[in-house]
Design a protein around this ligand. Structure first.
Ligand SMILES: [Zn+2]
Length: 318
């Protein structure tokens, strides 16, 4: 891979608690894939707060991220971190989506967008190279999840971004969102000891706007593949093969030896920054439907979530 070649990125787009970490961990087992977590949070939770990487090391002690910083910027200390954080909050957020749509129609990012995309492009390209030498990883998996990040990153001519849009039953997402989960990655510099929780009505509203937003990315010529979490659990091997093909990977590289369809042993460390605490989970994974919302979420709340999401739910097959 030379300096002007394009890094392929599989971007996982979804609402939180939609099963993205499981898929990210399984994809990371492919030999030509490097999963790097949620780069949207890299600057604050990684570079500034030194939270733990998915490999268990604090960010600045992780050999993977140390080398990414060297390759991208000559070391993280050489980066103007305040500027990076300012840029992120100035261009990569939902309220900036109209500016991204304009940029897609124009065919190019401008101003702050372009400056920020230079930083993100440097990080993702360096991550591919650190993972797999000068040839680079075929695919870097970024699980930033946000619709705004998907729309923004796909404006970067140095990146070939393909968006895997994951959807999960909104009642399951809403119930998961009410439950507190510890964040073992939190550091002294970080004040977030648990993942944030959300009221079901808020989750339901976000479920509609985010998921319907992802269905519109194709109109901006962003390549998108939609996968329902429930379908993935029903046909995991076939779904992984579909994702691999979509990402431009050879399905023959599917890690069948570590994963038999419902059970697997994951042997590859994942250098992911930020994300669901499941990324620290043990090496053993079992795939199963989580229907606990049927008994855990009060019936009145189930009905409310169902009502708020009704038209979008039908469109997405729920
Ligand atoms: Zn690491």
């Amino acid at each position: 891979m030379d300096a002007v070649s394009v890094q392929r990125v599989l971007f996982i787009g979804s609402l939180g608690r939609s099963g993205s970490t499981l898929i990210e961990r399984l994809l990371n087992e492919f030999t030509d894939v490097a999963a790097v977590g949620e780069t949207v949070h890299l600057w604050e939770r990684g570079v500034r707060d030194n939270e733990r990487c998915g490999c268990g090391e604090p960010f600045h002690r992780c050999p993977f991220w140390t080398r990414v910083g060297q390759l991208a910027f000559g070391g993280w200390s050489e980066l103007d971190l305040d500027r990076a954080i300012d840029l992120r909050w100035s261009v990569d957020r939902s309220r900036r989506l109209p500016a991204m749509v304009h940029a897609h129609r124009r065919g190019a990012a401008t101003g702050d967008q372009r400056e920020y995309l230079d930083l993100i492009g440097s990080v993702l390209t360096a991550a591919g190279r650190v993972a797999h030498g000068d040839t680079g990883a075929d695919v870097v998996v970024d699980s930033s999840k946000h619709l705004s990040s998907a729309a923004l990153y796909s404006l970067n001519p140095r990146l070939d971004v393909r968006v895997l849009h994951l959807v999960r039953d909104p009642r399951g997402v809403a119930f998961s969102g009410t439950r507190a989960v510890d964040r073992p990655e939190s550091s002294e510099a970080s004040t977030m000891a648990e993942m944030p929780t959300y009221k079901p009505a808020r989750t339901a509203g976000r479920w509609v706007t985010d998921n319907m937003g992802f269905t519109q990315l194709g109109r901006l010529d962003v390549r998108t593949m939609r996968l329902r979490h429930e379908d993935f659990l029903a046909r995991p091997i076939e779904s992984l093969a579909d994702i691999a093909t979509f990402a431009g990977l050879s399905a023959a590289r599917l890690p069948r030896d570590v994963f038999d369809g419902t059970d697997g042993v994951l042997g590859t460390p994942m250098h992911s920054v930020a994300g669901n605490p499941m990324r620290f989970g043990g090496h053993h994974v079992t795939l199963r439907h989580d229907e606990s919302w049927r008994t855990g979420l009060p019936l009145s709340q189930q009905r409310m979530v169902s009502a708020i999401t009704a038209p979008a739910r039908r469109f997405l097959g729920y």
